[in-house]
Design a protein around this ligand. Structure first.
Ligand code: C5P
Length: 306
């Protein structure tokens, strides 16, 4: 008999808008964001084991040198948290295949955490209520609940309060990866420096963005993309300013940094349009390019051998 095994796929996230407010008493910033899950995936396979073990592998050239393989890996922490919630031992082997760029501002670690929660829940046959899984996800990181939900959704609080948006449009994104990632806390620290003493207000979702999504108006959506972390991230990586401008010159409807960066995103209306924009960017030799549709579902079980 083969060892029971569950495979979960989890998608990358981008932020169509990312409004950042003041730093709160807990050190996190209040956020008002619209998340979208896009078609870049990590796969997490869990199988029965004595004790807890984690391995990490990169798919399609994704570099995983900086991803820890021990108990400090966020997928391991997710397994430990779920086990503790049920009063059981976290006996599991976790194999992570990363297709989402590491430290790219696309919540790859959060995707692994969400995938691990879901996969272990199935492996250990716990049937944890959805609400409890979302609560555990929030303890693991601000973006982890959205990684469970997927689609297009509003994020509030520090990002962990997720409200799905019923939109129908389908978009294509050109994803431009930078060779070296950016640390999220470093970008938030640069944001704080930029806004020292500025008396930031609590952020809001721009009406234009919601209207553009509801009307499936890609031109308006491109114009409404916004990211309050972008100026700070571009201060750390000035070369990306040119890359964003180049994508728009190549006919993308909009260009934006993904979350805290440094991944750049270019909004396109179809796969063919995205291929066209990507080949223009390729000629400029700015970095690795790929295409991803959005929105796509959040973490889900794709194989189960019992
Ligand atoms: O929640 P998560 O672990 O993803 O956050 C990583 C880091 O990003 C935090 O330690 C904090 O520095 C920053 N952050 C923040 N405000 C948020 C989300 C993240 O300052 N709302």
């Amino acid at each position: 008999m083969s060892t029971p095994r569950i495979v979960v796929s989890a998608s990358a996230k981008i932020n169509l808008c990312l409004g950042v407010g003041p730093s709160r008493a807990d050190g996190f910033h209040s956020l008002a964001t619209v998340y979208q899950a896009i078609g870049r995936y990590d796969h997490v396979t869990v199988s029965r084991a004595d004790g807890l073990a984690v391995s990490v592998r990169g798919e399609r050239g994704v570099r995983v040198d900086d991803v820890p393989e021990g108990r400090e890996n966020i997928a391991a922490r997710a397994a430990v948290l779920l086990a503790a919630h049920h009063g059981i031992d976290p006996d599991v082997r976790i194999d992570i295949e990363k297709g989402i760029p590491v430290a790219g501002g696309m919540a790859g670690g959060s995707a692994d955490a969400a995938a691990s929660l879901l996969a272990c829940d199935h492996l250990w046959q716990l049937e944890t209520p959805r609400e409890d899984l979302l609560g555990l996800a929030a303890l693991l990181g601000s973006d982890v609940p959205f990684a469970l939900v997927g689609g297009t959704a509003i994020g509030s609080g520090r990002g962990e309060v997720v409200t799905p948006l019923m939109t129908r449009g389908e978009y294509w994104w050109v994803v431009l990866e930078a060779p070296v990632g950016l640390s999220t806390p470093a970008v938030y620290a640069a944001f704080d420096e930029d806004h020292e003493g500025a008396g930031l207000l609590d952020p809001e979702i721009p009406d234009e963005l919601i209207h553009a999504l509801m009307r499936e108006d890609i031109e308006a959506l491109g114009g409404a993309l916004s990211n309050d972390l972008q100026a700070a991230a571009l201060r750390l990586r000035p070369e990306l300013t040119e890359a964003l401008a180049q994508g728009v010159a190549e006919s993308a409807h909009g260009a934006i940094l993904s979350g805290s960066g440094p991944t750049c995103l270019f909004l396109c209306g179809s796969r063919t349009h995205a291929q066209q924009v990507a080949s223009g960017l390729e000629r400029a030799g700015l970095g690795a390019l790929s295409l991803a549709p959005g929105p796509v579902p959040g973490a889900r079980v794709v194989a189960a051998d019992r």
